[in-house]
Design a protein around this ligand. Sequence first.
Ligand SMILES: CC(C)(COP(=O)(O)OP(=O)(O)OC[C@H]1O[C@@H](n2cnc3c(N)ncnc32)[C@H](O)[C@@H]1OP(=O)(O)O)[C@@H](O)C(=O)NCCC(=O)NCCS
Length: 174
Amino acid sequence: MDPAPGAPVSPPSSPPPIGRSAPVAAAPVPLGPGSVRLIRHGRLPLGLLFQLEQLQQLFDAHSFWAQKRTRGALMRMLLGSATVVSAWRNGRLVGIGRATSDGVFRAVLWDVVVAAELQGQGLGRRIVQALLSSPAVSAAERVYLMTTNSSGFYARLGFTEHHGQRLLVLYRRR
Ligand SMILES: CC(C)(COP(=O)(O)OP(=O)(O)OC[C@H]1O[C@@H](n2cnc3c(N)ncnc32)[C@H](O)[C@@H]1OP(=O)(O)O)[C@@H](O)C(=O)NCCC(=O)NCCS
């Protein structure tokens, strides 16, 4: 649940391994002063559900497609994802990525975002690799994603552009 407005929320100086969430790497990622810790969350990403304001701020500040998402919608988004990977630095959420998957045939990566001041240091790669190696995504025979201007980044991770099919979208008013 989203904490009540004004309720004290203690930022995870080391994010809690709650539920089936687990640190991805034994050692923190060395990125300048301080360090970045990756958490791969299971179906119930409690550590993030209590940090929806931070998630909202990360999307608002560092993405162009995921701005102005409400906390309620973000909560449903997290609960509807098969895997979520979060990156933390000194208690601050500095990176995110998530995936949906049927666990056999198809998985899709969504919303990979790294805070601007940490971009270009390998954190995005670590987040995508953690998503790809999660059980729900590694079991899928194909992994899809859509990107507007980061295809070069995903190409570095083994993704190839596919020209044989067309992307169709049903837009809905919200
Ligand atoms: C795209 C994004 C997630 C990449 O994360 P990052 O931490 O900066 O990337 P990394 O440092 O891990 O880069 C990994 C590799 O990809 C390359 N790369 C990173 N961004 C790239 C881009 N936009 N185009 C081409 N190559 C890119 C890096 O040079 C690096 O190459 P290397 O293998 O030679 O070392 C990050 O820039 C970001 O959050 N951007 C804003 C939000 C966004 O557009 N997300 C993508 C949504 S689909």
